[in-house]
Design a protein around this ligand. Structure first.
Ligand code: MRU
Length: 364
């Protein structure tokens, strides 16, 4: 696999490197996103699995572009991306002698507007944004350090989710997962795939079925790539075949991630999650959601209050720029759907596994 290291051109981005180098990406894949030399480094998920391309982003606009176009995606990774983006804005403004408070607010606003459903994005942005204090110049370094600390924190939290969630698996489990809730959706390990990885290491996993997933085949491209690297037996199925597969008795447990869990336990996750939960309930198959505490939004009472991101119609109506549907046909292209709490068997977090109606027990 070619391993490349490049820059991406956003509205005000500077191309910093381009081409393939021998120095990066060697050995095991480490972190999906990180802060390196004052820039945001991330793996371009739109290029996987054919190419492993790392981008060094040195403008907030190029990071916003990377988020909107799913170069970086997945709720926990978005939380870290938001925090690092605000840190980047503060660093650049200080270097250029610009108003740091204004740069931080503008970056926060731009980044938060890119993807509304994943609550981690706003959570990550707000966590670092509030550190800036115009009266204290040293607060810029504190802000940057906080954002950087979130990278390692995310890694540890997701490792813990696997450790905690693994107890729900039985020997010989035939698992289904949706979209990509793996290392690529976080800094490392993943949420749903962290549980799968921990179960696999204990010899509990017979096979994983990954759904294809809209709009960019996150399951076929990313989840399959991660499962292959782990050595887990796996296959891919079409999204519209997944509920039928559960009904046929070929799946023992469904485990997904979440973009936001409302206070009542309703779950927003990649569109197509809801039918899996319905089928799982009908068949008596456990439906487990694996998510960090930062994905639980106690300020959102239930799923009806979660904003659902609507993506460009062209993602459905065209393929590689070629029109598929007749001219004039419109498209409805939601990125997420809501699974009511009653269909969720358990939520696995770094602080323990709870039923959806027990979420408040996780609060300190
Ligand atoms: O549109 P995406 O690819 O960002 O959607 C991602 C998902 O729905 C994931 O399941 C969710 O973010 C959890 S990632 C650990």
């Amino acid at each position: 696999m070619p391993r490349c290291f490049g820059g991406v051109a956003g509205p005000s981005a500077t191309m910093v490197h381009f081409g393939c180098g021998d120095d990066l990406g060697k050995g095991d894949f480490v972190r999906t996103i990180d802060w390196v030399d004052g820039r945001v480094r991330l793996i371009d998920q739109t290029r996987l699995p054919m190419e492993e391309v790392w981008l060094d982003l040195e403008s907030v606009e190029s990071l916003a572009e990377a988020i909107s176009s799913l170069r970086v995606r997945g709720a926990p990774a978005l939380g870290v991306a938001g925090a690092l983006g605000v840190a980047l804005a503060a660093r650049l403004a200080r270097e250029k002698g610009e108003d740091i408070g204004e740069a931080v607010s503008n970056a926060a606003e731009l980044l938060a507007s890119t993807r509304p459903t994943a609550v981690n994005l706003a959570w990550g942005i707000n966590r670092v944004k509030k550190i800036h204090d115009p009266e204290r110049p040293e607060s810029v370094d504190e802000l940057i350090n906080e954002a950087r600390s979130m990278v390692a924190e995310d890694e540890e939290i997701n490792r813990l989710i696997g450790e905690v969630g693994v107890d729900m698996f039985e020997a010989g489990s035939r698992v289904m997962t949706h979209c990509n809730a793996g290392a690529l959706a976080c800094v490392a390990h993943g949420t749903a795939l962290s549980v799968v990885e921990a179960a696999y290491k204990r010899g509990l996993v017979a096979e994983v079925t990954a759904t294809e997933t809209r709009p960019l085949l996150q399951g076929s491209r990313l989840t399959a790539w991660e499962l292959g690297r782990m050595g887990v037996a796996h296959r891919v199925t079409i999204d519209s075949g997944a509920a039928g597969l559960i009904a046929s008795g070929e799946i023992d447990v469904v485990v997904t991630g979440a973009d936001r869990v409302a206070a009542n336990g309703d779950v927003a996750n990649k569109v197509g999650t809801y039918p899996l939960a319905l089928a799982a309930k009908a068949k008596g198959v456990p439906f487990i959601v694996a998510a960090p505490l930062s994905t639980i939004d106690f300020d959102t009472p239930d799923g009806s209050a979660i904003p659902i991101e609507l993506r460009a119609e062209s993602e459905i109506l065209e393929m590689n720029g070629i029109r598929l549907a007749p001219e004039g046909t419109r498209a409805y292209n939601p990125a997420f759907d809501i699974t009511p709490a009653e269909y969720v068997s358990a939520i696995a977090t770094e602080a323990g596994v709870v039923r959806p109606d027990e979420l408040r027990s996780l609060l300190p």
